[in-house]
Design a protein around this ligand. Structure first.
Ligand code: PMP
Length: 353
């Protein structure tokens, strides 16, 4: 039986993408596997170019001075790379969770960081608002979706300085004016593909302004000049990301998936709010459409609920240890039917209790 996979990432991918990826492992080009061809061969160079242009197309950023790169080292390497490439004097960071906090720690290696706002005092169950961004700083950094705590920025500030955003857990999930950001990065392993590559979309004119020497592998300009092939790229991860972006485009792009994502989120949050046995973790106005975090009002029901969840073929809803309870991650490829299956178990628990 196929599981209802609510994993926080790596996570569910579209079935058609899995099938194409599996086929390419056996035979990608004239009897050769995707895993054994040269990354400099024409078929793979085409994959890389297609992936880069699909990313810009889906985000509506074609012809606007942006470049898309598929790098390695995860989103975690971007915490460092952003600072190396952009931080000269000082930067402002919005601290909305564990990942934002880690981004701040890495940037602090290079300079003082100013936290423009933080929700650490409430264990990150909300998004700070009404903060000021100093206009003489190098850049402002935020995290659009906080995977662990289940909060999501619904509005972005009108930043007077370049805006950098970690979109690892909600890229391609909702319509935004992506041109308000100067640099976007996202680990592939949620809405884009398997683990192993990180999408970076950067407006070229913000680069080349720091005085430090940047190691080649850490330098966005080097990767841009080599068409994201400065070194051997993670061919499988880039190929599967390309397939997933193509799948999204064929569905109708971000607009179409956003409607689905809203239906899924409405369904789970209405159950959380109506069912007296559960309590939402994040404050309502900041709830994430990707990761719904909730707890049981009565911990004694945990064993029963967990057994029912398992019986229904539901996977991956245990909450992160820093929040506890449960987290239902509902990325693009998770179907509404999977959310219905979870909601059914939640309401069945109410009728049993
Ligand atoms: N940022 C966010 C918002 C994340 O959810 C994660 C991983 N879950 C990361 C950064 C770190 O990503 P990686 O493991 O690819 O370094």
């Amino acid at each position: 039986m196929k599981k209802h996979n609510f994993s926080a990432g790596p996570c569910v991918l579209p079935k058609s993408v899995m099938e194409q990826a599996a086929a390419a492992v056996l035979n990608f080009d004239e009897g050769l596997s995707l895993l054994e061809i040269s990354h400099r061969s024409k078929p793979f160079v085409d994959v890389m170019e297609n992936a880069r242009s699909l990313a810009l197309e889906l985000l509506g950023l074609e012809g606007k001075g942006y470049k898309a790169l598929f790098l390695q080292g995860g989103a975690s390497s971007q915490f460092l790379m952003v600072a190396l490439n952009l931080l000269e004097k000082r930067a402002g960071y919005l601290n909305t969770g564990t990942w934002a906090d880690k981004a701040i720690k890495e940037a602090e290696i290079y300079d003082d960081i100013y936290e423009v706002g933080s929700s650490k005092n409430a264990n990150y169950n909300y998004i700070p608002k009404g903060y000021d961004i100093p206009d003489d700083y190098d850049y402002f950094h935020c995290t659009s979706n906080n995977t662990i705590f289940g909060t999501q920025m619904k509005n972005f500030p009108n930043s007077p300085i370049p805006m950098v955003c970690d979109m690892s857990s909600d890229i391609f999930s909702r319509q935004l004016d992506f041109s308000q950001f100067d640099l976007i990065y996202a680990g592939a392993q949620k809405n884009m593909g398997p683990a192993g590559t990180t999408l970076v979309v950067v407006k070229e004119d913000i680069l080349g302004k720091v005085s430090r020497k940047i190691p080649s592998m850490m330098d966005y300009k080097v990767h841009i000049s080599k068409g994201s092939m400065f070194n051997t790229p993670p061919v499988f991860a880039v190929y599967v990301s390309m397939l997933t972006m193509q799948w999204l485009k064929d569905l109708g792009g971000i607009k179409a998936i956003e409607e689905e994502n809203e239906k899924k989120a409405r369904l789970i949050y209405s159950e959380i709010d109506l069912n007296p046995l559960f309590k939402g973790y994040a404050v309502k106005e900041d709830r994430s459409n990707m990761n719904a975090t909730f707890t049981l009002e009565n911990e004694n029901l945990k064993e029963t609920f967990d057994a029912m969840v398992k019986e229904a073929g539901i996977n991956g809803i245990n909450g992160h240890r820093s929040v506890g309870g449960y987290r239902a991650s509902m990325y693009n490829a998770l179907t509404l039917d999977s959310v219905k299956a979870l909601v059914e178990v939640m309401s069945e628990l109410e009728s049993k209790a």
